[in-house]
Design a protein around this ligand. Structure first.
Ligand SMILES: Nc1ncnc2c1ncn2[C@@H]1O[C@H](COP(=O)(O)OP(=O)(O)OP(=O)(O)O)[C@@H](O)[C@H]1O
Ligand SMILES: [Mg+2]
Length: 202
């Protein structure tokens, strides 16, 4: 098996941006957000269980998950959030694991897992963890610039995630995404060399 690095970080910290930079350098890429989307589109494997647990109201006429309705529900209902996660997480894990096999010809694999530090299963899958980090103010302004979310909605999501200090403590490697994209790129270049050279050490 080649080196598998778990990439995580809070909302808007720059996971997708960093993942793209690694992809451009030849890394194998798996994104559990993309997998979750695939599982909940019209023919997705999670749809039958979601229909069973939440009712057909949560599945649109096209057969896909009604994302807006589900987002509203789980935002205020922790039990519902847990129920959705208990359906999705095992399916996401199985799918992500199956995507690793065809990437064995890559020098290493970057797998983006927003919930990495609350998922022992995913932590077992990876040999190193990489956290992309920025200040909470930067998270809020970047997410607000990207979407329709209000400042208080972003703060609420941040409060539900692993605290920044815990992420930084648990990380093997950290990318500080608190300045320019050029600076971010330089950090990715450094880690790309490191991960490429450590590919045979596992
Ligand atoms: N260094 C930077 N300078 C300016 N803008 C940035 C920087 N890094 C990322 N961004 C922008 O901030 C936003 C959030 O970045 P990105 O989507 O990569 O974060 P993410 O961690 O994947 O977020 P999510 O948790 O929602 O998936 C994007 O619009 C991105 O273009
Ligand atoms: Mg992202």
């Amino acid at each position: 098996m080649n080196l598998c690095v778990g990439l995580t970080g809070g909302i808007g910290c720059g996971k997708s941006t960093v993942s793209k930079l690694f992809a451009e350098r030849g890394a194998g890429i798996i994104d559990t957000d993309v997998v979750a989307h695939q599982l909940t589109h019209s023919t997705g494997d999670a749809i039958p269980a979601i229909r069973e647990a939440f009712g057909s109201d949560f599945v649109g006429s096209d057969g896909a998950l009604n994302r807006d309705k589900m987002r509203t529900l789980i935002f205020s209902d922790a039990i519902a959030k847990q129920r959705l996660e208990s359906i999705l997480h095992p399916l996401i894990f199985t799918q992500a694991k199956s995507e690793l096999q065809p990437l064995q010809n890559k020098p290493y694999v970057i797998i983006t897992v927003p919930l990495l530090f609350t998922s022992p299963t995913f932590q077992q899958l990876v040999q190193r963890t990489l956290v992309v980090d920025c200040s909470e103010n930067q998270q809020v302004s970047r997410v607000m610039a990207r979407s329709q979310m209000t400042e208080s909605e972003v703060h609420k999501i941040i409060a539900q995630q692993t605290p920044r200090s815990v992420r930084l403590q648990l990380a093997d490697d950290v990318i500080a995404n608190d300045s320019s994209i050029d600076n971010l790129t330089a950090q990715v270049d450094f880690l790309h060399k490191f991960y490429t050279s450590s590919q045979n050490n596992n």
